[in-house]
Design a protein around this ligand. Sequence first.
Ligand code: ADP
Length: 525
Amino acid sequence: MNKKIVKKNKTTKPKYKILFVSSELHPFAKTGGLGDVCNSLPKALKALHQDIKILIPAYPFAIQKAENIKQVATIDLPGEGFPGKLGLPVDNDKAHHVNILETKLPGSHVKVWMVESELYNRPGTPYFDDKNKEWEDNDFRFALLNYIAVEIAMGRTSLQWQADIVHSNDWQTGLISVLLEKEYIRKKTTRPATVFTIHNMAHMGVYSRERFDTLELLPTLWNHHELEFHDDFSFIKGGLVFSDRVNTVSPTYAQEIQHEEFGYGLSDLLAYRNERLSGILNGIDMKEWNPAKDPMIKKNYSIKTINNKPSNKTALQKHFKLPQKKNTLLLGLVARLVYQKGIDLLLENMEDILKLPVQIVILGSGDLELESRLHRWSSKHPEQLQLQIGYDEQLSHLIEAGSDAFLMPSRFEPCGLNQLYSLRYGTIPIVRKTGGLADTVVHASKENLSNRSATGVVFQETEGSTILDAVNLTCLLYQNKDAWKKLMINGMKQEFSWKESAKQYLELYTQAIEDRNKYKIHSSL
Ligand code: ADP
C-alpha cells in the first residue's frame, strides 16, 4: 500500500505584529485598571502566538522595576526645532533623539520598549507630581510617546520591526491614529491598521489651540469633525475619529457612551461610528488573582477548601483593628476615591448603613473632600468603619480574600476589575447596574437564586437609598449560611480568563485590517 503521509489541513490563525501603546503597564507603572489590562492582554495575545511589543514611557519608577534593561535603539525626533517646542533641550548641531530601552514583562516573553526622555524623568505618578498636581505639560509628554510609536510602527527605526497593527489605549495615545493616517494620505505609503481602546471616556486629554499649534498638528484638523472640541482640542477624539476600529472594555459601556449621560460630549460621534465600535470584556490575571495560591493573603482556599476563607477575615479585621466578630458582615472597598466610583452615594447613606450589622474596610485615595468625609464617619464609628488612605497592592488582595462582600456603587464603570476579583475570591460583589458591572454580576433575585445563576447583589438607581437597600438585602442573604455559600461558589465558578477576550481582540485586528483596506477615513488630511 502506498503509504502517503497526509498532513492535516490546519486552519492557521493570523499572526500579526502588534505595537501595543499605553501610558501604564503593571508592574512598571499603574494607577488603575489600565495598568492591569495592559499587562494581561499582551500576555494572552502572546499565548495566541502573536508578535506583540509594548511601548510605554521610561518613567524612573518603571526603569527601577525592570530587569535586564538595555538600550536597543535611538530615534530622531521629527522636525527641526520640534523638541525645543516640547520643552526639551536642543543642541543646534545635532538632531534630538530619544533612546529606546528594552526589557521583558515579568513572568513572560513579551518585550517591552520604553521611551527614555527628560519629559518622563520625574518623580510622582505617570500623570501627577509628588504633590498630586497634574504635570502641566502632559500633552507634550504623551504627544512624544505618540510620535515615537509612529516611527516604530512604520519601521523607520533601527529596531527593524514594523507593525501590522497599532493598538492604542486611552487619550494618552489618541494622536497615533491621526499621525498614521497622515502618513497614508500625505506620503501615499501604506500604514498599519489602528485599533483604539477606550478604558475610560472621562479622561479626554483636552488642550488649548496654542498647544495644538505647538504640537505642529496640521491646522486643517482644527474642525469639529476632527480634533477640535469646544474651542480646544482633544487627544481622545483623535483616536475615536481616525482609528479603523474602536472598542471599549465591556459591551454595555460601548452602548452607554453613545448616549449623552456617558459620552462626555462625544456621544454623537460614537453613535456615528457605531458600526466600528464594539465592547470586549476585560479578563483577569488568573495567576495573580488566585485564592488557592495567592501569597499575599493569610490562608489560601478554593471551592473545595472554602472553609479556610474566614481566616482571612480575621486577619483583615486585625489589620484594621476592628472587633473580630465572625458573624458580622464585613464589606470591603478598594478604589480610587472619586465621584466615578460612587463614593458620595455611599457617604449619603452611611448613617443608615452603619445602623445595620456590618463592618466596612476601605482602601484607596483620591478626592480630598471624599476622603475627609470618610474619615469623619470612621472616627465616629471606629468599631464599624476603618479606612486606609494610599495604594497597597498586598492589602488589596487581603481585602478581596477577607471581606464577605465587596462594594462597587460606581456611577459608571467601563469594565471594573474588582468585582471580577471578588467573584473569584468568593466575596459577594454589591454593584450598581452600569457598564462592565452590569455585564458580569447576576443579581440575587429569588429566581436567579433558585436557578443558580445569581452571583451578587445588583442595584440600579443612583438616587435615594438603593445602595442601602442593596446592603440590607446582602445582610439578609448572609443570615442564611447555606444560600450564602451557594452564592459564593456560583461566583467562584465564573470564568473571566483573558484567553477568550484575547481571541476577540484578534478578530478585531482582522476587522481593522479589512476596514483599512476597504474604506478611506474621511479626513481633511
Ligand atoms: P479604575 O481603572 O477605574 O481605577 P478598575 O476596577 O478597572 O478601576 O481597576 C482598579 C485596579 O486598581 C484594581 O486592580 C484595584 O484593585 C486597583 N486599586 C485601586 N486602588 C487601589 C489601592 N488604593 N490600592 C491597591 N490597589 C488599588
